[in-house]
Ligand binder design. Structure first.
Ligand code: MTE
Ligand code: MO
Length: 401
């Protein structure tokens, strides 16, 4: 019966409904499987490591890392090991973590509530189960901290993880924004964006969102700096002007070339980062290598990525691996033969708006600052060069500059 219906869904269904023979067979089948169920032993529930699959013990070095020692009440920053990963999805346990809070709240989803109030017809309060009853959709989106990719210098700032690891990409499941911790994390988001594609997510990579990422509910604001993506979401207040809440007033106002503050500059610029070969790695000898990495943009789609192996004098187009998705990491690949000479490799992203990722010197002009001052810049998207020495070791060519 199953294959019959599968090949001709419409007519098969009609025949199934009208044919007494088929119906009789279905009822008998159901009785048989019900009997089978009552006789079956209870399912075995494995414990500990078997109940939730763990990585190989030989990959224990693939961990989030930080440049600063986390303290009880200040920022916690853990960076994704981009150089150890491939594809476009960040495993949930390796998603970067950036908190301006006093610890990860331990929220019981049964007790959690989401309130929507302010300029709405009537205020609404949802449980997590209410949220999950709405029609849902899942989409792949990156998050990137406004502080990512600062061209940091110094001994601990040599790797792609510690420079660019404040970005990760997940499949978020969501329906159609204050956090649940004690110091009231509040963010403003323009209403037009809210009605467009801001999402209340309840799942990450197919399972409930991890506590570090905002369990049980978080906001995702595709393409905007991740500081807007409120975790442990419990309140969406619809208002007619931005709040300039404490966390956004001091934290991320850039200065434009005319000297004015650029508050509420939400969208991230185009960026491509070579993850392999990258700082701290070593090429064992001359020969074939694939240059690969990730590109993304707050402008929507990555249009192209170009690779230079001569420090930016010439560029060639890399391959973009499918799928190429709006506001998602895009994997690029470029076949390359290293002849064993010293060289500088770098990647440059162009997005669908036609915006081209600037060099560090160009970025300094855009942000009206000097290259030396950049270690404090937000939204930094200058091109990151990696130097390959004759012995194959790879270092940050900004740090060495
Ligand atoms: N409630 C709450 N939401 C928050 C934060 C926070 O401290 N509290 N940090 C923000 C910042 S600065 C960033 S970069 C992202 C980081 O998301 P992640 O920790 O899931 O990677 O969450 C944002 N949402
Ligand atoms: Mo951030």
């Amino acid at each position: 019966m199953g294959s019959h219906m599968g090949s001709h869904p419409g007519s098969g269904r009609r025949r199934f409904l009208t044919s007494g023979g088929a119906l009789a067979a279905f009822v008998m089948g159901a009785v048989r499987s019900l009997r089978g169920q009552t006789a079956a032993p209870p399912p075995y529930e494995p414990q500990g490591l078997l109940a939730y699959g763990q990585p190989s013990k030989f990959t224990g070095h693939i961990l989030r890392r930080t440049t600063q020692r986390p303290t009880a009440i200040t920022d916690t920053a853990l960076m994704t090991p981009l150089h150890e990963l491939d594809g476009i999805i960040t495993p949930s346990g390796l998603h970067f973590l950036m908190d301006h809070t006093n610890g990860i709240p331990d929220i019981d989803p049964q007790k959690h509530r989401l309130m929507v109030h302010g300029m709405v017809d009537r205020p609404l309060i949802f449980t997590v189960e209410d949220i999950k009853r709405f029609p849902s959709v899942s989409r792949i989106h990156f998050l990137e901290c406004n502080a990512n990719s600062r061209p940091l210098r110094g001994p601990n700032r040599e790797s792609v993880q510690l420079i660019h690891g404040r970005t990760s990409c997940s499949e978020w499941t969501w329906i159609i924004a204050e956090g649940g911790e004690s110091n009231k994390y509040t963010m403003s988001i323009p209403l037009a964006k809210g009605l467009d594609d801001v999402i209340v997510a309840w799942a990450q990579n197919g399972e409930p969102i991890r506590p570090h990422q905002g369990f049980p509910l978080r906001l995702i604001v595709p393409g905007f700096e991740a500081i807007r993506a409120v975790k442990w979401l419990n309140r969406i207040h619809v208002v007619d002007k931005p709040y300039a809440a404490w966390h956004e007033a001091g934290n991320n106002a850039d200065t434009a070339a005319d000297g004015k503050g650029m508050w509420f500059r939400f969208e991230l610029g185009p960026k491509a980062v070579i993850t392999r070969p990258s700082g701290g790695q070593k090429l064992p000898g001359p020969g074939f290598y694939e240059i690969t990495g990730l590109a993304w943009t707050g402008g929507g789609l990555v249009r192209r990525v170009d690779i230079s192996t001569d420090g930016g004098k010439t560029y060639q187009e890399a391959q973009l691996q499918q799928p190429v998705l709006r506001y998602a990491h895009t994997r690029f690949r470029f076949p390359w033969r290293w002849k064993g000479e010293e060289c500088v490799i770098q990647a440059r992203c162009t997005d669908e708006r036609g915006e081209v990722q600037p060099t560090i010197e160009e970025a300094a002009k855009i942000f009206n600052t000097t290259v030396d001052y950049f270690y404090q810049a937000d939204h930094f998207n200058g091109i990151q060069p990696w130097r390959i020495a004759r012995d194959g070791s790879v270092t940050n060519a900004i740090a060495g500059a």
